[in-house]
Write a new protein. Structure first.
Length: 363
């Protein structure tokens, strides 16, 4: 195989359309992929102006761009221009990316243009944009729901609780035990409903006011432990914190994450055992793998997925307080950061909550 045959084989094997253009803007040579993209044969394009491959509505502008480029040619990478369109022989158009490479010969400069059909990418981008618009609409609906939950629903509940307490006070004076019992049910149920509404409102707010910043997880955990000081002292909990990383994350959400996991480890302890909690992290490829390990009551195999469902409780309220939303918060926070969360546990043998957060500079 001689040099010319070798060049032609390499030229035609390029995955992008390659067009060689003279300093006057005339097409000198095209490869097979260009023929495939545009529907022309090489001989149909040779000698034609490059505008034959550009939609007519762009011709006037392109003439000016071409003159400017030829007067001062320089390499241009793929994707450096926006919304470029190419025209096929049959008149149909496709979205394209084009790179330009000037080649200086002895007495003139020729331009090599690589053309890539990005129609499928444009379709994918349009679909993503459509989905994003739908998500924005859903997010606004969620905000509206949160407003209703925080105002329209809580206000009548406050009234019910207030009047129930007044009735309870009067019934206590009259020693009406039956009425006291009924009113207790009303009061307690109303207060529980308030807690559920507040929990749902808090859940809807996770990620709403996101501020990506470089956070020190060691400092965040220490602040959480300080806030939980009373519960830690009352239970005589032993908490070991191994060195934790600093990373780009949403500070308020990361704080809530650790607060929920540590609070659960303090709350769900086996009998009156002293809670033993260990918090660790290690780097694994492109993410940090965190673990929060405890010696608590554990979780059965069948319940490992259920615990992350909002308002899903595995225990009676008389045994453990709460509304069953903490781990749902954790899951939402981790997914907000592009990570995963799961638990390894056995009943009566403690639990280890694992979660990952990408080790990147930008989310």
């Amino acid at each position: 195989m001689n040099r010319l045959e070798t060049f032609k084989a390499v030229f035609d094997s390029a995955p992008d359309g390659v067009i060689v253009v003279s300093h006057l803007g005339k097409i000198l040579l095209v490869n097979q992929q260009t023929e495939h993209l545009f529907g022309y044969k090489n001989e149909e394009l040779t000698g034609k102006g490059i505008e034959v491959l550009i939609p007519e509505r762009y011709h006037s502008k392109h003439i000016g761009y071409k003159a400017d480029y030829i007067s001062d040619p320089s390499p241009r990478k793929m994707g450096s221009k926006r919304e470029l369109w190419a025209k096929r022989k049959d008149g149909s158009e496709f979205a394209a990316e084009i790179s330009l490479s000037p080649v200086k010969l002895k007495d003139k400069t020729i331009i090599t243009a690589a053309v890539r059909d990005i129609t499928e990418r444009k379709k994918a981008e349009l679909e993503i944009a459509t989905q994003n618009r739908k998500l924005q609409i859903q997010y606004k609906e969620l905000e509206q729901f949160a407003y209703i939950a925080s105002h329209d629903l809580q206000e009548p509940l406050r009234t019910i609780v207030s009047f129930s307490e007044l009735l309870q006070s009067q019934c206590s004076e009259n020693n009406n035990e039956a009425a006291n019992t009924y009113i207790n049910f009303i009061t307690n149920s109303s207060k529980r409903m308030q807690e559920l509404i507040k929990g749902l409102l808090d859940y809807s707010r996770v990620g709403k006011h996101r501020e990506l910043r470089y956070v020190d997880c060691n400092s965040i955990v220490q602040e959480v432990i300080s806030d939980l000081g009373t519960a830690i002292q009352e239970s005589n909990a032993q908490i070991t914190i191994n060195p934790l990383p600093s990373l780009n994350a949403y500070s308020l959400e990361i704080r809530l994450l650790f607060q929920n996991l540590i609070s659960n480890a303090l709350k769900f302890r086996l009998n009156e055992n002293i809670p033993i909690i260990t918090i660790s992290a290690k780097a694994e490829k492109k993410y940090w793998h965190f673990t929060v390990q405890d010696n608590g009551i554990g979780i059965s195999k069948d319940d490992k997925e259920k615990i992350f469902i909002i308002f899903k409780r595995l225990h009676n309220r008389n045994e453990y307080e709460g509304i069953g939303i903490g781990l749902s918060h954790c899951k939402k926070i981790i997914e907000l950061h592009g990570g995963e969360i799961w638990v390894e546990s056995k009943l009566n043998e403690g639990s280890t909550f694992n979660f990952t957060i990408p080790n990147n500079k930008h989310l």
